[in-house]
Design a protein around this ligand. Sequence first.
Ligand code: HEC
Ligand code: HEC
Ligand code: HEC
Length: 381
Amino acid sequence: MDGPRHPQFKDLKNLLLIQDDPYIVRMLHTKRWVLCAAPLLLLATAASVPWEAPPAPTPRAPFKYAGTKSCATADCHGLAAAKGSPALNEYQVWKQQDSHARAFSDLYKKESKVIADALKIKNASQDKKCTSCHTLIVDKADVVPGETWVPQNGVTCEVCHGPAEKWLQPHTKQKEPKWEHAESVKNGMVDLRDPVVWASDCVRCHLVIDHEMIEAGHPRLNFEIVDYNSRTPPHWATEKHPSKQPGFDRKMWAVGQVVSLRESLKNIEARKAAGAAEKHVKEAEALAAAYRNVLKPFADPSGDLEALAKSIAAPGDDAGKKLAAVEAVDFESARQLALAYRALTSADTKALAEMVAAKNQASFDLGKFKAALDAVRASIQ
Ligand code: HEC
Ligand code: HEC
Ligand code: HEC
């Protein structure tokens, strides 16, 4: 591991002692932050209201859900094999290979019973504390009349792409009359082509979790977007897709770090508001510090995180400069380093390393990860 190439190692010791970290303290006290955290604060003031997953990034309220059936037909996204761009076999890829299709059935596993028992939840598959991420519960009034919404389908198309009522029909007729992607977005489709929205959509289920859930045995959430994208059976990766452009992963990685920092700051606030034990608050703080440290060499993560994420994602000069700096810190090593930092927040780093390695055959280098972890450890001793 090329430690000295990572300037953030130098002051790591201080950075990890973050009780008084001026950046985090400031973030938690600025007006802007209070605004961002408003929904969480509302939750907090409602005393013992159970913790809920953060809301979806785009307001979805005025639109109704059409259900998976409407995407799955052979003349829509249900082709048996890929053809063109988009490939139109997305449903088959999702159904057969994507673990999101099994997210609901996780709640019937014996592990879920153990977690549920510890939390005194009667039925994991019916409790909001679990269904909030393992599926989406939609009121009948929010389903297109005549269609059905089946929570058992897990994390389906519309959970990520948004309710399809208003764009379902027109987006299938892209030629006549011309219906652009932007039209769909105006009509309730989540603009996942925007890297900031993409990353934000994933982290709402993959990063912030109730500390009690972890105590009860829920897997720790360890999210890094390039890693998770690479492990999602790529129903989007047709030749023409933006993700095939050179440098896309690099950009996505940097955006993902900023968005994860933003989300992990909410985690601190949520845990404090819920009266979590000191160690859980510290763990959340360490995770935020990890994202922040990884960002430091190429961008100053103080100030407006939303603007920073957007500036990295946008095709302007500023993004170019920032991305060149990502290159300078060595993208692949930086990714391993990011995981190493996060391992520090895990009670059992060995188990974490093994878990990440096992689940990440394609993009994870266990040797590099171990070296990064050793370097991080050495520098704080
Ligand atoms: C904040 C969102 C969130 C909530 C709330 C949540 N989960 Fe999860 N759960 C996840 C994610 C994300 C994963 C996958 C983690 C990974 O592999 O990175 C997961 C994984 C799991 C797994 C392991 C699945 C496997 O075999 O790989 C089980 C079991 C589980 N959750 C049960 C539950 C139960 C029971 C509840 C309610 C008490 C719950 N979850 C609430 C997001 C959540
Ligand atoms: C876990 C979230 C998630 C789920 C579930 C999901 N998608 Fe996607 N999908 C994405 C992301 C992220 C992209 C890449 C960004 C983009 O192209 O919009 C994408 C891209 C696509 C594209 C390519 C769009 C383009 O811009 O070229 C199609 C088509 C698509 N998805 C259809 C589906 C269908 C059909 C389902 C259900 C069978 C589904 N998706 C389920 C996240 C998801
Ligand atoms: C609505 C909540 C939700 C959203 C949004 C979501 N996920 Fe997931 N994801 C889950 C749950 C729950 C699981 C656990 C399913 C399982 O592995 O059994 C999971 C599992 C995964 C896994 C498999 C993890 C493993 O350890 O094997 C990957 C990879 C993944 N998600 C990537 C993504 C990406 C990339 C995005 C954004 C485009 C995303 N997810 C958006 C809830 C979500």
